[in-house]
Design a protein around this ligand. Structure first.
Ligand code: K7E
Ligand code: RUQ
Ligand code: CUA
Ligand code: CA
Length: 635
């Protein structure tokens, strides 16, 4: 039953790449290899292996033996940790972390000039709340270019380049108050990034209205995924929770749990029904092109008015009270809204949406099923075989149900649409199956992100880990095969095949990421690729260093107390995995410098004396010796 993982590799290219890497690292030389092997050995001894069932009876193995590769990439959000985590599935091993709205001690994210340029006007914020992560699409399939994420805490949307797995763009969204739901246009390509403003506030929110909820609103935002420019916003009634896009490219839809526009818990639960608001992207574009919009003081973003029952831009489809997730089926036919306070999901037929906007049918005519599933439905995913899987937060279960059977039941046939209920541990939020957000849903693995782990792991004090559970859905029955503890707090994840990505093994010297450093070098008349010198301009000092294991190009450099010092380090090593770092003792300076990368950091040399700088990544047997001195002359 247990299948060799390498048999599952979609293409030989991936394995070949790995062999190339192994061959390449041999070139490090005997001394280098000894160092690297030493580090790897220590890591292997201290890391405990997760207990895994060898095979679960559905034909899939959860074993990924040492030296074997996972068959899927997972991209996990981390909620209030503010980062993205890259996981291997099915091993559930964490492969990498991508800092975005947080600060990162290892990479220098939030401190390097390159990251500060990305953080832009929001660099003042040290934190964020990253709920959703979605990949760019072409024709309904992942295209491996970018990930898009949002910050519920400081109202931002950011992009991650998947070649280097680093955030390269971040924008603060005006007029919105917390971005929650985020999805991207699936067809013809991304295209737009859609961002939901969750909380209602006065527009503009400048203090002229305070405790006057009748002036509170929220907006739906369309961002260009290429330029990351905010293209337009739709002023909506109610609030916006989660969102999704259809597979035609014309519609997006968001759940609203606060049709009441209430400001207290009791207010927000007053109505029996809230709604799903559907957006006609083409109608919004036409209005913006013809200048048929307003702007709201404090920003130039075009805003169209989508409030009311008969705008060209919106339709508000009533659904049972306080819905949460909304998920498009991989065949493009349906958008399914999850009931949360109602034990139901609402199945909306996307092919009826054009008629709805043409006023040929009524709002509820778009609903083709409303199956009763259990208590607290939050999110739904799919296996590509017609089945849906919905988390039941209150019941602590995943319920598997059949969409077409639910529709037949809604039409009066006596048919049981529930296939199975599986206990999960405990209180699940999002769940996602492999490729389920795309037209290529393949029904292999399902990950359910449980919000409480309670007794599932050794106790670690009052703050418990979350429990990311792996379920095999390849057979008729769901089988729980792995418990994965996670630090605060994954909300959502997506999974794709390794052949859908093409990460760079090393940087390319012409990468735009360090454009600023390139300009500085030009101003200073030095060649960034080889520069090893100190350039002074008044009290501004630029220090150019290169790094080749196990040495920096200068053993020391001298600055004056009070100088504004910019250290620019270029890693000239071309060997995959041979990262260096640069850190200065007692100056709080530390950053990554990966093969062929340039990184820079600026600080004030406010303390006189001798300060050693050193390499932070174990790169060589003489890594400890990879150091030098910054001499700060007293003022
Ligand atoms: Cu359900 Cu922010 Cu997607 Cu959490 S949200 S669970
Ligand atoms: S009252 S236009 Cu709140 Cu001053 Cu409003
Ligand atoms: Cu370079 Cu350690
Ligand atoms: Ca409500």
């Amino acid at each position: 039953m247990s299948k060799n993982q390498s048999d599952d590799m979609p293409t030989g290219a991936f394995n070949e790449g790995r062999r190339r890497f192994l061959a390449g690292s041999a070139a490090v030389g005997a001394v280098g290899m000894a160092g690297a092997a030493g580090v790897a050995g220590v890591g292997a001894l201290t890391r405990s292996q997760p207990a895994q069932a060898a095979s679960n009876g559905n034909g899939l193995s959860v074993h990924v033996d040492p030296g074997e590769l996972d068959t899927y990439y997972g991209f996990w959000s981390s909620g209030q940790s503010g980062e993205v985590r890259v996981m291997g599935v099915p091993s559930m091993r964490e492969l990498a972390r991508i800092p975005v709205f947080n600060r990162c001690s290892a990479t220098g994210w939030g401190q390097t000039n390159e990251s500060l340029a990305v953080l832009g006007d929001s660099a003042q914020f040290q934190n964020g709340d990253l709920h959703h992560v979605h990949m760019s699409y072409t024709d309904g399939k992942y295209d491996g270019r970018y990930l898009y994420v949002h910050d519920k805490l400081n109202t931002r949307v950011a992009r991650i380049r998947l070649d280097i797995m680093r955030c390269d763009k971040m924008v603060t969204v005006p007029n919105a108050h917390a971005i929650h739901g985020l999805r991207v246009q699936k067809a013809p390509k991304t295209g737009y990034v859609f961002a939901n403003g969750e909380n209602i506030v006065p527009l503009p929110n400048d203090g002229r209205h305070l405790d006057e909820p009748e002036h509170y609103w929220s907006v739906f935002t369309g961002i260009d995924g290429e330029s990351m420019e905010i293209k337009w916003q739709v002023w909506v009634d109610g609030n916006l929770d989660n969102c999704n896009a259809d597979y035609s490219g014309r519609f997006a839809a968001s759940t609203c749990y606060n049709a009441e526009r209430g400001v207290t818990l009791a207010d927000k639960m007053r109505f029996e029904r809230d709604w799903v608001v559907v957006f006609d992207i083409h109608a919004i574009e036409r209005a913006v092109e013809s200048g048929d919009y307003i702007t709201i003081e404090g920003s130039d973003v075009p805003v169209v008015d989508g409030r009311g029952p008969d705008t060209p831009f919106t339709r508000y489809i009533p659904v049972p009270k306080n819905p949460h997730g909304i998920n498009a089926t991989p065949d493009g036919k349906y958008l399914i809204a999850n009931g949360k306070l109602s034990p139901t999901c609402t199945v909306i037929d996307t092919h009826k949406l054009p008629d709805l906007f043409d006023n040929k049918i009524e709002l509820r005519d778009t609903v083709v099923a409303e199956p009763e599933l259990g208590l607290g439905p939050l999110h739904t995913t799919y296996d590509g075989r017609g089945n849906a899987y919905t988390t039941l937060f209150i019941d602590s279960q995943v319920v598997k149900w059949n969409v077409e059977d639910a529709i037949r039941h809604y039409n009066g046939e006596s048919v049981n649409y529930i296939r199975q209920k599986l206990d999960v541990h405990y209180q699940p939020g999002h769940l996602n199956a492999t490729l389920a957000e795309t037209a290529e849903a393949d029904g292999q693995w399902l990950v359910v992100l449980s919000k409480f782990s309670k007794d599932r792991f050794l106790p670690v004090g009052p703050l418990h880990p979350e429990n990311d559970q792996l379920i095999d859905i390849s057979g008729d029955e769901m089988k729980l095969v792995h418990d994965g503890p996670a630090f605060a707090e994954p909300h959502d994840c997506i999974m794709c095949r390794p052949d859908q990505l093409n990460p760079s093994p090393i940087y390319s010297r012409d990468d735009p990421y360090w454009e600023q450093a390139r300009k500085w070098a030009e101003e200073d008349g030095v060649d960034l690729d080889t520069a090893s010198t100190v350039i002074r301009n008044g009290n501004k000092v630029r220090v150019y260093l290169t790094a080749v294991a196990p040495q920096y190009s200068m053993n020391k450099f001298t600055v004056k107390q009070g100088d504004e010092v910019t250290v620019i380090v270029t890693n000239l090593d071309r060997i995959e995995d041979l990262s260096h770092g640069f850190a200065i003792i007692n100056y709080g300076v530390s950053m990554e410098v990966n093969p062929q990368q340039t990184s820079s950091i600026t600080f004030t040399a406010d303390k006189p004396g001798v300060y050693w700088y050193f390499c932070t990544w174990f790169c060589h047997a003489l890594h400890m010796e990879m150091a030098g001195r910054m001499l700060v002359e007293p003022a």
